[in-house]
Design a protein around this ligand. Structure first.
Ligand SMILES: C[S@@+](CC[C@H](N)C(=O)[O-])C[C@H]1O[C@@H](n2cnc3c(N)ncnc32)[C@H](O)[C@@H]1O
Length: 255
């Protein structure tokens, strides 16, 4: 059976990005949505570290760029934000809509959830209409971050922020030793709890350059430590994470 793919995206006849992504497969999406909120690497490692860097969001318009099953969108709405949540996977958008149904209706709905590909222009958002963007564990599915970051910058207000997490380049380099560190390459991993996933590994320089090239200033760069709750659940993985971070978190602002 052919691998589910989001087709090549073209703007003005030019291919921006190619995305190979398991998340569009409804079965994969269902497995992911059912497990991710309990998965220690998310619940007890990436998410606490991201929330620690989240600027105030009450009454602000926040874009959740790659919302998956909607955990971050729920956190943002719960903190009083007006949220636009987008994801390329229609299946995961449905999961998010189900989770967040109570926030989606009524005149004062503070949440919109829609299918959208971050490799395409965010035409449904006007210039300088967003206060902040969270993009948790999403951007490594994009080969070149620049077109997407340019769009994020366009929709952000002056002084607006982007809070992202991604795979740590060192962890990817250790996992894929035959892949030259300084190149951006498509790799495939097999996550036992959900299935095979393809993503792009890239050097730290490329992460920083993509942000600064399009006009972001890096404000915080964090290699998160696992929480005490993680140690209690999986002491071996906890020890490994203290030796080698798996994720990298960056908060950047429009310069
Ligand atoms: C690891 S999941 C993270 C989901 C969510 N941010 C979270 O932390 O729970 C990656 C998400 O990125 C989405 N994604 C991948 N490529 C995308 C693209 N080009 N545009 C929008 N979403 C994309 C996937 O569909 C999936 O929901």
């Amino acid at each position: 059976m052919p691998e589910p793919r989001i087709p090549h995206i073209s703007t003005n006849g030019k291919t921006l990005l190619t995305i190979t992504d398991s998340y569009v497969d409804p079965d994969f999406a269902a497995r992911y949505a059912a497990a991710v909120d309990e998965a220690p690497y998310n619940a007890l490692y990436e998410r606490p570290a991201m929330l620690a860097l989240l600027p105030p969001v009450a009454d602000r318009h926040i874009l959740d760029a790659g919302c998956g099953g909607g955990w971050y969108a729920a956190q943002l709405v719960g903190r009083g934000a007006n949220v636009t949540a987008i994801d390329a996977s229609a299946a995961l958008v449905e999961h998010a809509r189900r989770r967040l149904s109570s926030f989606l209706t009524g005149d004062s709905a503070r949440l919109r959830v829609r299918v959208a590909n971050l490799a395409e222009p965010l035409a449904f958002l006007t210039d300088a209409s967003v206060d902040g963007v969270v993009s948790p564990l999403v951007l490594h599915y994009l080969e070149d971050w620049r077109p997407t970051l340019r769009e994020i910058r366009r929709v952000l207000k002056p002084g607006g922020w982007l809070l992202l997490s991604t795979h740590h380049p060192g962890a990817d380099a250790a996992r894929f030793p035959s892949s030259p560190y300084y190149e951006t390459q498509l790799v495939e991993d097999d996550w036992k709890w959900v299935g095979k996933v393809k993503f792009y590994r890239r050097p730290l320089t490329e992460i920083a350059s993509a942000l600064t090239d399009v006009g972001f200033v890096i404000e915080r760069l964090v290699e998160p430590r696992p929480t005490e709750a993680f140690r209690l659940i999986d002491p071996d993985a906890y020890r490994r994470l203290l030796q080698q971070p798996e994720f990298l978190i960056v908060r950047a602002r429009v310069s």
